[in-house]
Design a protein around this ligand. Sequence first.
Ligand code: AMP
Length: 283
Amino acid sequence: MQIIKTIKEMQSLSRRLRVEGKTIGFAPTMGALHEGHLSLVRRSKEENDITVVSIFVNPAQFGPNEDFQKYPRSAEDDLQKLSTLHADAVFMPDNNEMYPEGFSTSINIGAIGEILCGVSRPGHFNGVATIVARLFNTVMPDRAYFGRKDFQQTAVIKKLVRELNFDTDIIVCPTVREPDGLAMSSRNAYLNMEERKSSLILYMALKLGEELILSRGMHDASTVKKEMATLIKTEPLVDIDYIDIVNPRNLDPVQKIMLPAAICLAVKIGNTRLIDNIIVEKS
Ligand code: AMP
């Protein structure tokens, strides 16, 4: 497994591979790898000749009062996991490499980045779009793998690729959960035992929303959201940021629910912000 620290080196490897006719699959991450990340790597291994993983905690997608400094970093562990999976290359630039002095370009993804998580994280999705564009121009992947857990992010990336003509297919992979239903996330490590217990209410609320729509035929989004909120409020440690039901294609909020629909939510448990979603589809 090759470890690559510079953009130049990564580009020349990708260029060489492409000349050789090899397909490149790419999974961008911020490290602290768990089974959710590894599922992207496995899928890429299945579908491509070469799999590249990036590890970079991107300062531009954190707000001034967010957890950039304390975000979990575990490079050695991550490399061990990736080498066990036989990833071919890991791109691990430092901050200076990605944001040299004077760097000022930013992609504004527009309104899609200002709804849902964008309301409490202004600028976050522009930071994501900018780094992903730079990573794509560095790794030049045929396919890039993203998790459905960050549902709004997948919509932002698809829009970015469509509108800037990136020659990369975006593959969205299912959310990997802990056995009790909590979506895996590097931020779960912040939760103490009590908070971890109360976090189960997220998935319970999503399953309730799904059941209200599919089994009880509820079509009114406000009523479904209200029922979900009532359930979440039974956990005193959990503060709701938002619960929304949107059209999964463009993230437009819906009043009258038609399928497929995406139920998205974000909460705070103590200082930890967690997100999750479920796509409700006809079975
Ligand atoms: P992150 O390191 O949090 O930026 O995530 C890197 C990639 O892994 C993103 O595409 C995430 O959506 C994906 N990912 C994170 N958690 C999960 C999960 N539980 N299941 C599937 N994919 C995930």
